[in-house]
Design a protein around this ligand. Sequence first.
Ligand code: ADP
Length: 526
Amino acid sequence: MALLPRTRLRFLGRGGLLLVGLAVAVPALILVLLGIGLTLRVAREVRSESARYNAYVADNVTEAFEHELLDQVRDAISPAEEVARAGGTADDIRRALASRAQRFEAPHFVPVDDLTGYSLVTVDLQLLVYGGDPTGAREHPFAAVLLRGPTGEIVGAGGWWFNPRSFIAEHLSNVVQSQLVSNPRLYGGISGTRNLAVQVFDANGNEVARMREPGHTVTSRTAPLSGPFETFRVRVTPTRDAPVVITDRIMLVELAFIVLLAAALLAATVVGLRHVRRQIQLVQTQASFMANVTHELKTPIAVIRLAVETLEMGRFRTEEERDKYLRTITKEATRLSQLVDNVLDFSRMESGARTLRFAAVDLRDVVESSMESFRLRLEDEGFRWQVQLPDDLPPARADATAIQHCLLNLLDNAVKYSRQRKELRVGAGLRDGMVTLWVADRGIGIDSANQKRIFEKFIRVETGLVHDVKGAGLGLSLVDQIIRAHHGRVEVESQPGEGSMFTLLLPPWDAASGSPPAEARSAQGS
Ligand code: ADP
């Protein structure tokens, strides 16, 4: 095996990675907060602008109604005006008023002496007289203009009783669309009302008239009407396609996108950094793996060389001593060959080049032959062992050599990771329809946090106890890969300080299918 070139590996530590993460996350977070802040600010501005505009329009609707009323009165008053100017009597004036009463309820003339009790407003520099019926006979108000006699003196107010409710309903759209928009005296005119819904309510809150559907009530504004319409109030609300509604909608979408973007960015940073960390760990473990393997190879070679030299030079005193050296050579050669097998097998499994030849395998034979080849080592290390094989066991669908390799790895670990209590139990059996092979020891055990990790390649539990023992962290990963390629699984039960039990579960050979021994390319995780 080629030795690794001596390169010094420099990696970002936890702190470095955290710094990289912060370097990405902090500006991203600031950007997100800025985005949210700006979006909210723009939306708030648009809202308050909309609310201001709605209040302004609502205020002006009041005046626009009075204007419309005055226009209507002026439009119909000319016959009565002529009669008054010609010096006609009150009755003549009433008749002239009656001739143009179609738009109103009834004509009415108030002589100048009776005008007290009526109100007077200036609308667009003209006077509008209005008020309720002092006799109480009429339910609705009166709207009129002052009439002048032949010498220009005021003779009274001529006008009509009218129904404000139906007047509002009839004239609302005109009031909003022409009076309000086109009248430059109303604060220079209102540029456009096409995105506004205007509703008028009576004193009981019932809707009297509406123009367009209201969309967004958040910025709607209400104002009381005045003059002859004082018991009503107007509400101005943006329609569904008003800029404020669109802005609000866009704001929500924008906020959702910003939050999504932030989440995606953070997730990408976290996942990316985790990935980098894993890769760094992998490279580090690979580096320590190479160091371990090199050491693992050197140690048995050195021991074998020493033993062979001793034997060659005849530097042994007794036959037993010679046998001891020979046994050492066998033991170390076995260890060496198992390590080489593991490394080669591992790279074959990793590249998918290893072919498994499935056949009906009696796992009892696998146990017996493995124990046979392990006997010497167990005896040497002073182990007591027990083999438990049932009389009857269905064959497993397996590659016998690969399974034996797995079992030898488990036995090797059981021996390596046992301390004072050198006891081993090995057996085969049947569980949940799967054929099992198991190895139990009374060794150092594995804590639950590490029971999954030990099947990862190059992973060795980082405890002092394991550090004393040589290993490359490949055995269990290989076992796991081989058993998965068999469509089986590996289970471990272990208590630190009590011992461990590894069980291989393999599918039974399906005799009914009569299938010839199948071949399977090993694949990682298959
Ligand atoms: P290696 O033994 O070469 O380190 P393995 O892949 O065979 O590699 O085992 C991985 C790790 O699992 C070992 O380093 C050890 O920490 C733990 N382990 C495996 N088998 C046992 C066992 N029987 N008892 C205690 N720990 C074990």
